[in-house]
Each structure stands twice: as structure tokens, then as C-alpha cells.
Design a protein around this ligand. Sequence first.
Ligand code: ATP
Ligand code: MG
Length: 395
Amino acid sequence: LPADFKRALPVLKEIEQAGYEAYFVGGSVRDHILGLPIHDVDIATSAYPEEIKEIFKHTVDTGIQHGTVTVLFNGSSYEITTFRTESGYQDYRRPDQVTFVRSLEDDLKRRDFTINALALDRNGDVIDKFDGLKDLDNHLIRAVGKAEERFHEDALRMMRAVRFQSQLDFKIETKTAEAISVNAHLLEKIAVERTREEFIKMMLGQAWQKGFANFLSFKLCDYAPGMKQHGSELDKLTNLNPIKFQDEDSVWAAIGFILKLSDSELNKLLRVWKVSNKTREVSLQIYEMLVLFADQKFSVWEIYNLGVDNFERTVKLCQLFNIEINYNQLSKIIEKIPIRSSHDLAITGNDLIKILNIKPGPEIGKILKNVEKSVVEENVSNNFDELKSYVLSNR
Ligand code: ATP
Ligand code: MG
């Protein structure tokens, strides 16, 4: 067993000693068998949340109504979830009602894909009720049970299918794929935030072009925010130079670029996808820088205003779109910019008020902006005395 599991073994033992069953489940088991690095180790148990809280001293009720308690143990934290079935699916969404059960098999049955329905006991033996090991071997994403029913229960699983396809570079098994094609419209019922999370995970995966191609061919895009009828334009992304996206911001910038959106249209798209304000801001900056590079006309001042920190990521997108730039020349120019933001200026608004003997007001802002531009364009160096005489001589 890898170290992460070994460290968690005492947790399983404690639960078993109290008379219950406990297993490692979900993504960590899948990734371990694939030989991939594992992140959070999830534990499933026959013990009810209250029973788990009696066994461990330090617990947090993270999602107790869904059966999840976080246990703090030897400096690590583990999510321990009671075996459960999900009942009463309404509107094709994840149910808010869960029923706790005492059988592992019932718990595994409600999981999305066979490769995610494996459990690992404390001896390192795999419990495989749905041929998940075979599907792992064959690189297949297959719904547990009847695909159609499973997507009716929770339509997000269709997004998860293309997400795992991209992350693992697996194929989606035929019947599962057909069921997605038939039920793609159910994605409309899913909260934007949940769709976005899977969408971004898909785009950040190694085989994103395959996952994205299916997102389009299954017509999931028609039921995702703001993408209806853009399938054929978006499809161009799947034929571009294969690069791996580094972050969500770059993904949105690339989508804006392939759709030839204006700044305000991209801004609107990002709002319907409910991306965070920070992500929206940076995505737009990268996008605007990419457009400047594509048009081959830009100034140092423009790049500076779009954020020197966004330069490398924009360069990466230039590779994706085959936009030629003179990287060495550009990075030299950017390195030479003496400041990163107006905060780095050697002179402040208060200094200007004293030096020029004027009242606080919009005038100060204008002068400061001018000074900033002159420093960025290296017409004056960023040094208090020089800036002072510069300001005085430009009165
Ligand atoms: P990751 O490595 O991205 O965390 P994961 O497989 O652990 O991948 P999670 O979203 O963390 O994915 O979910 C943990 C487990 O819970 C899954 O492996 C799966 O068994 C189950 N699961 C999660 N979401 C669903 C869902 N919508 N329907 C059914 N089962 C789900
Ligand atoms: Mg997980």
C-alpha cells in the first residue's frame, strides 16, 4: 500500500475494532491501481455518523446530513462517509435525501462509474462488484448499472464522464456514450457551479481535446451555459496544437478567442458560467493580451496594463493557436519594465500634492497615470528626485 493509505490504516482499524466495516473508496483507489499519485483518501463505513463521532476524539461535521464526518487523526484529516443509497431523485439532480445502509455493495451501486466503484480493504484487497478492474485495464468509463437510469438520477454524471475521459485519457464505453447523447438535455437541470467544476476539470486534463470533442459531439455544449449553437466553432479547439492548460483563466481566454468574442461578450459568458470575479478579471486580461499578440500590434504600456504576470500564460496560448511571437525579444522588453503596478512608483499622490501645491482631486490621478506611463516606457527612471523634477518640468 502507498504511504497515504498506510497512514490512514489505523483509522480503518479503529472503526473495525468498534465493530463496523470500513474501506478506502473512490478516486484514491482508482488512481492507486492506475499507479497515479493519489490525493485525498476517502473512507466509507457501515458506521453511522454518530457512531463515528463516538470512536474518534476530533471530528468535524462537514456534511453530516449526507453522512460525511471529517476525522482528524495523527495530523491528517479524512472524510468518512456512511454507506448510503440515494433515494428520491427529483428533477434529474443529486438528491438531498440519503438513506444510510449497512452494506458496502449497496453503497458502491450508487456510484457513477465502475472505475469509481472500487473499494480497498485494510489488507490491500480490492472489492470489485462491477468489473471496475477490467474497465480500468481496458481504459473504459462505464456507468454502474443502466447508464440511462444513472444519468436520469443525476445528470451531472454526463459531465463527469467526459471529465474522467480527459483526465485519464480513457474511452467512454458505447452504451454509456449513447446514453449521454440521448440525455444531454438533462444537463440543463444542473446548477451552473457543478457543471463548471466538471467542465474545468475536463479542460485541465491531459486529454482535454478528446473529452472536449465528446462534450461537443454528445451535444452537452448545447445545454451548458452560453454555448448553444457554438459547437462547430468550439470544435476548432480540438484540432489545434496539443498543449495542456495550466489554469482555468487560460481556458476561458482560449474559449473567448476561438469564438472571436468581444471583451464584453466574453465578460457576459463568464458571468453566465458564474466564474469568480478574480477569474473573470484575469481571464479577460489574458484574452486581451492574446488578441494583441495575434494582431501583432501592441505597446509595452498595453502589456503592462494587462498584467506582466499574465505574459507567460498568454505565450502558452499562442502555442495553442499557432500565433507567432518573438518570445525572446518580448520577454526582454517585459523584464525591463521597472515597475509591476502603480504601487511600485517612487512617488505618491500625496507627494504630488506637496510638490505641485495643488488640492487633492482627479487631477492628481491623471498626473500619476502619466508618470506611471513614462516610467513604464522608460522616459524617466523610477526615482523620487527624478520623478519630482519630471513632474515639475511637465507642468
Ligand atoms: P478526483 O480525483 O477528481 O477527486 P474522484 O473520483 O475522487 O476524483 P470525487 O468527485 O471526489 O471524484 O467523488 C468521489 C467518489 O464519489 C467518486 O469516485 C464516486 O465513487 C462518487 N461520486 C462522486 N460524484 C458522484 C455522482 N455525481 N454520482 C455518483 N457517484 C459519485
Ligand atoms: Mg475525490
